[in-house]
Structures are given as structure tokens and as C-alpha cells.
Design a protein around this ligand. Structure first.
Ligand SMILES: Cc1ncc(COP(=O)(O)O)c(C=O)c1O
Length: 455
């Protein structure tokens, strides 16, 4: 349970009403646009998350630059959410803006490779350590292909994941634990999916072994540190044990670095010496231009082989693993990826963002200490998270139990009203390549101001 000792709950309730009313009152244009949009789009947004992710209504965006963005009512926000990690390059980073503009002039879509793809794939191989790469438009699609390949290699169906995970909106991963039973995570999913999945708690090594025991698990799909239920760090030795157990069980291991790629130059898998069979990357690797990718071992890559017979007859079975899409690896995405990876996401940028991340975590801990709260903070590189309990949770169940969604929602709207765009409730704040010491200090000062208001 969240430890709210020292928090004035009556003040929290009163502040919640006032801050939410202020948020709406100060954003008339955003509110009017959503009303207009309801006529042409469900919930008045082009993608349901935009209305789902916040307790307050969404703001409609005008533009972004560096560490901030501006809404249509003229409010500018210091961005600590960085679009769920996808804007880690900062908004409108110059090298990417220029590369994209150049590519648009030259044509963006041919369904043929261009030389940027070689530059990107060679860079990924050198940086992240797996030899072969394929490209999609989203990490969801990358994970979907990883799962298919793993099923083909092993001849098994089951995917093992960790409670509190999110690996995208592919059917195979949208399975969750409810009262100890596996169920589809939301509506519209085939009821049979849970039979193809298994979910255990992160850091529970005995549970991993037990889940692998039947010998039917094709793939373990894991983040190096979990990022969608707070920021949950692995216990010492957990990943080594996980790798050993997957090898013992002839199960493949995919590490999903879609979020954690912001934590270290070559991701946490490389920093921690993990040795996965697949590695998924997405979101920030092309500065938010749609591009995702997965790396794999040579033996697995050989499965993406030409079919015995060319694909000429629609409707016939094809002797090939199902991968690919018309827009995947388009020239625009690859140009953006090349500029982002080689010119923005540099080793120097990661040194800087890691120092900023430490400044952020130190500042949050100091503010929590001054308010005499028994809360905790986790951080690696550019990313941090605060928890309403003295010891950071180590698994999804612990993180859920420690949370207080109402309090998190209040922090977010309080900050938005004062020009700071707080992270989503499941994540925690992240600095981008464009953030500065002053940005971090401003965020920490506002966090402290909030704590002063409610203690
Ligand atoms: C760890 C992880 N993997 C994959 C995804 C899916 O990314 P996308 O929504 O770009 O498909 C997400 C999205 O939040 C994620 O957090």
C-alpha cells in the first residue's frame, strides 16, 4: 500500500478539484478542438491513448523545440514525459529535421532499399552487438515478428513475460494476470490467447524456472529493467539466471529495449552484459519518426530466407515466416534513423543525459527528504521514477500495490498548470538529449512546491 504518512488527504482532494478546473479553464482552444473532433473521431482524438493516458483532457499541440513543446492555447511545457520516451532526441532535433527535409525532396517511399538502411543496420550491429537487423514502423510490430520467428525456431507457442509489462499492442502480448489467472488484457482480443502466454513476477527466479519447466516456452520477452509499472530494477544476478534458465530450456530470449535504450549508449542489455537472442528497439531511434527494429543472431536471421517458390498466387500457403509491411523500412524512416542514431544519440549525449538523470534523482530524493516522506526513487541514465513507498518495488504486483493513481494524477495536473509536462503515471520522468541542468532543477523545484502544498 502507498505510504501517504505526512500527506494531507483533505488538501489533496481540494487541490485536485481546483487544479483540474483551472486546467480546463485555461485551455479553451484545446477543449473546443476536442469537441469539434468528436464529430469525426471517437472520443475526439485520432488515437484513443491521447484521451486515455491522462485524467485531464488532452492539450492540442502547436509545436515543439528542444526540451519543451507549446499547445494551441499558447502554454509552453517543459517536457518530462518525452512522449513515452519517443522524444528522447528532444523536439525537432536539427540533424533529423534536415535529413527528413532532404529525404522528402528526394521521395520517401519506393518499397526498395536505399543506402541509409546499410548505414543504420551496420551502426546497430556495432553498437548493440547483434549481427542482423530488420525494420518495422513500431516496436509492437518488431515484437510481433520476434515472436513469430521464435515460434518458428523452437516449434513452440508459449511466450513468457513479466507482470506489469507492456510490449505493444500485438495480441500475443496483451495477456495479463487477474486473480492469479491469465486473461486477455482488454476487450476485442481472442479469448484463446492466454493459452499461448505465461506471466510471472519480475525478479522471481523460482517462478521463471517453474514456468519454463513444461518445455513449451518459445520465447521469454523481457525488458532489462521494467518501465511500464514504474521503473523496476533487476536484482543482482537475475538476468544471468534468466539467461541460464532459457538456455537450459531451449527457449529464446528477447530483450525489449524500446524504452530502456535511453538509459545507456548501447542500451542496458549491453551495459549489463546480457546476451539475448533478439533485441527490440523503437520509439526514439528515429527521433519519433516511425521506425523500430529488431536485432537477431545469424542462425535466426537465416530463417528470413527466400521461399522455395516465389509468392505469385494470392491465397496460397507461403513457405516463409510472416514478416514485413508496405511502409516498413521506408526511405524517410531510414533517413531519420540514420541522423538520430549517428548525430543525436551519440556517446557524448548519453554521458550528458546520464548526469542529468542523476541530478534529477538526487533532486527528487532531496525534496522527498525535506518533506519527511517515506518515498523512494529509482534511476538509470536519463530515466527516473518515484514511488510512494520506502523501498522501490521489484515487481509488477509490488508496484501496483504501492501506487496511488489519484495522487499521481494530481501531481501531473498541478505541474501542467505551472508549465511542466509530467510523465505518464506508469513511467516516471525522463530527460532528453535537449534538456539542461536548469530544466532538471525547474522540475525538481516544482515537485518540491507540490509536496509543500500537500504536506
Ligand atoms: C517496452 C515497450 N515495448 C514496446 C512498446 C510498443 O511500442 P509502440 O507503441 O511504438 O509499438 C512499448 C510502448 O510503450 C514499450 O514500452
Amino acid at each position: 500500500m502507498a505510504d501517504l504518512t505526512g500527506i494531507d488527504l483533505a488538501r489533496v482532494r481540494e487541490l485536485g478539484k481546483a487544479e483540474n478546473a483551472r486546467f480546463v479553464a485555461e485551455r479553451p482552444r484545446s477543449m473546443a478542438l476536442q469537441e469539434q473532433a468528436r464529430r469525426s473521431m471517437p472520443r475526439g482524438v485520432p488515437m484513443a491513448w491521447m484521451d486515455d493516458l491522462y485524467d485531464h483532457p488532452p492539450v492540442w499541440v502547436s509545436h515543439g523545440e528542444g526540451s519543451s513543446f507549446t499547445d494551441v492555447d499558447g502554454h509552453t511545457y517543459l517536457d518530462m514525459y518525452v512522449a513515452d520516451m519517443s522524444a528522447f532526441c528532444g523536439h525537432a532535433p536539427r540533424p533529423v529535421a534536415q535529413a527528413v527535409a532532404r529525404r522528402v525532396e528526394l521521395g520517401t517511399q519506393f518499397l526498395l532499399p536505399d543506402e541509409d538502411a546499410i548505414a543504420v543496420a551496420e551502426h546497430l550491429a556495432g553498437r548493440y552487438g547483434l549481427p542482423k537487423w530488420q525494420f518495422t514502423l513500431s516496436a509492437t510490430q518488431a515484437n510481433t515478428e520476434v515472436i513469430r520467428l521464435a515460434r518458428e525456431v523452437t516449434g513452440r507457442e508459449v511466450v513468457l513475460m513479466f507482470d506489469g509489462k507492456y510490449h505493444g499492442e500485438g495480441d500475443a502480448t496483451l495477456v495479463t494476470l487477474e486473480d492469479g489467472e491469465l486473461v486477455p488484457e482488454s476487450r476485442g482480443l481472442p479469448p484463446g490467447m492466454p493459452a499461448q502466454a505465461r506471466i510471472v513476477q519480475f525478479n522471481d527466479f523460482g517462478a521463471v524456472r517453474a514456468a519454463l519447466e513444461p518445455g513449451d516456452v518459445a520465447l521469454v520477452l523481457a525488458e532489462p529493467a521494467m518501465t511500464n509499472a514504474g521503473f523496476l530494477l533487476p536484482k543482482p544476478g537475475f538476468h544471468e539466471e534468466l539467461r541460464r534458465a532459457t538456455r537450459d530450456a531451449d527457449t529464446l530470449l528477447a530483450i525489449d529495449e524500446t524504452h530502456t535504450l535511453v538509459c545507456a549508449y548501447a542500451g542496458l542489455a549491453r551495459a549489463w552484459g546480457l546476451d539475448p537472442d533478439f533485441l527490440t528497439l523503437g520509439k526514439a531511434i528515429a527521433a519519433g519518426v516511425p521506425l523500430a527494429t529488431y536485432g537477431m543472431r545469424d542462425e535466426i536471421a537465416s530463417l528470413i530466407a527466400p521461399p522455395d517458390e516465389a509468392y505469385r498466387v494470392p491465397g496460397a500457403v507461403v513457405d516463409e515466416v510472416a514478416t514485413g509491411g508496405t511502409l516498413f523500412a521506408n526511405a524517410l524512416s531510414m533517413a531519420a534513423g540514420r541522423a538520430a542514431l549517428l548525430e543525436v544519440l551519440t556517446a557524448e549525449a548519453f554521458e550528458r543525459t546520464a548526469a542529468l538523470g542523476e541530478r534529477l534523482a538526487t533532486g527528487l530524493r532531496r525534496a522527498i527528504g525535506r518533506a519527511e516522506l517515506r518515498w523512494s526513487v529509482t534511476q538509470r541514465g536519463a530515466h527516473a521514477c518515484y514511488f510512494f513507498v520506502p523501498d522501490p518495488p521489484v515487481d509488477g504486483a509490488g508496484s501496483r500495490a504501492a501506487d496511488d493513481p489519484g495522487l499521481r494524477a494530481l501531481i501531473r495536473v498541478f505541474m501542467a498548470n505551472r508549465g511542466v509536462w509530467e510523465s505518464g503515471w506508469w513511467l516516471g520522468p525522463t530527460v532528453s538529449v535537449a534538456h539542461s541542468d536548469e530544466d532538471v532543477d525547474r522540475y525538481v523545484d516544482l515537485f518540491e512546491e507540490f509536496l509543500t502544498e500537500v504536506t
